[in-house]
Design a binder for this molecule. Structure first.
Ligand SMILES: [Ca+2]
Length: 385
């Protein structure tokens, strides 16, 4: 749609939007430090990979497919031959901290794939127990889970005629980091994954690690990253071959509308931005073209956006080999796709919304969050349970 527009460079100032955003970002930073930084010292001292006892049976693979007949089973090593004649892809999807494959988002994403791509097989990777530890421990456990999943994939490639081109790995939060470790491990035996999709890959404790100990652009031929809570729960900087920053990457419209002052209701508003990454992706999968279209921007800061309207990619295009940083705006609620006729509409919406009172809302919510932060410090262990 952008191609019909004549200007190739778009500059839009949105200073007012960013003032209100910065209020919330400061508060988010406080929450982040309360939740994660108390463990930071421990995590740095912990020898990575050692000192934990994750076993392979703590990783469960739940397989779903429509053909040759609808099948749903827990996949053991002895069942891998069932995948031998898969015509489509093997889509591995995994979750993050304190999450499991029972989550609606994983089941919805599975359905999105099987409906749009009926020849695909979806395998939900469940590691709920190692993912349910204190954050710094779970953040170390991703090494083991990544290695276990890589071993299974090696068996599929070596013994069951699966081709590397059939593999697609998708993970949210710590799961995004996990899939990076699968890619690293496979490269040790000379194979490279074609594509990883990391949905707001975890930032805390990974942001202080060197690139080879976290998700990085060399983990697969294409590493797609959707940053929806960049710098808070998600990884802030570009860490893929292509990085999407919906709504700028940290402040998702429609989040922060739940009353945070009554814990444990704090869970939803705090994680709302982080979770939007999978909501956007689930909505994108059925529409590989002309939907949730992102535009490449070389600059996106307080004062200006410098975007190349001729360089776009749809979020659901799982064939793209484009590289760079891409941005798109969304609606506040489902459906998140904005009518892109006249592409600048998304940007105009963002500016207009300030006039509609977003600033007031932001101030009110930030006040409530600040009240919540003091409660968080005392109850952090129970926060996500
Ligand atoms: Ca955020």
């Amino acid at each position: 749609m952008y191609r019909i527009l004549t200007p190739t460079i778009l500059l839009i100032t949105s200073l007012t939007t960013n003032i209100s955003c910065n209020v919330l970002r400061d508060v988010e930073q406080e929450i982040r430090e309360d939740i994660f930084d108390i463990y930071r010292g421990v995590a740095i001292k912990t020898k990575e990979i050692t000192g934990n006892n994750v076993t392979k049976d703590q990783m469960k693979l739940r397989m779903f497919r429509n053909r040759p007949e609808p099948t749903k089973l827990v996949l053991n090593d002895t069942d891998l031959h069932l995948l031998r004649n898969t015509k489509g892809r093997l889509v591995f999807i995994t979750h993050g901290w304190t999450d499991s494959s029972d989550s609606d988002w994983m089941l919805n994403l599975k359905e999105a794939f099987l409906t749009k791509y009926p020849d695909d097989v979806v395998i939900l990777v469940d590691w709920r127990e190692p993912a349910g530890k204190l954050y710094y421990i779970s953040s170390i456990n991703v090494y083991d889970i990544g290695n276990f999943l890589a071993e299974t994939i090696e068996k599929l490639l070596d013994e069951h005629d699966i081709k590397p081109s059939q593999l697609l790995l998708i993970g949210h939060s710590l799961g995004g980091q996990t899939m990076g470790f699968v890619g690293k491990r496979l490269q040790k035996s000379g194979r490279k994954l074609p594509r990883i999709v990391a949905l707001d890959p975890a930032g805390p404790l990974f942001d202080i690690r060197p690139a080879d100990k976290r998700l990085n652009p060399s983990d697969a031929d294409v590493v797609e990253v959707i940053h929806s809570d960049a710098g808070t729960f998600g990884f802030k900087d570009s860490c893929g071959t292509i990085d999407f920053y919906p709504n700028g990457g940290n402040m998702q419209p429609g989040c922060y509308r739940v009353d945070i002052s009554s814990l444990p209701g704090v869970k939803e508003p705090v994680l709302c931005d982080h979770r939007r990454s999978y909501h956007y992706f689930i909505e994108a999968v059925p529409h590989p073209k002309d939907y949730l279209v992102a535009v490449e921007c070389s600059e996106w800061n307080v004062l200006r956006k410098t975007c190349d309207l001729n360089n776009t990619v749809a979020l659901g295009d799982l064939t793209t080999t484009k590289t760079g940083e891409f941005y798109f705006n969304t609606n506040r609620n489902f459906p998140f796709n904005i009518n892109h006729l006249g592409q600048p509409r998304g940007f105009i919406d963002a500016v207009e919304s300030v006039g509609r009172g977003v600033k007031n809302e932001a101030d009110e919510v930030s006040k409530k969050i600040k009240n919540g932060v003091s409660k968080l410090s005392s109850g952090v262990k129970n926060l996500f349970h």
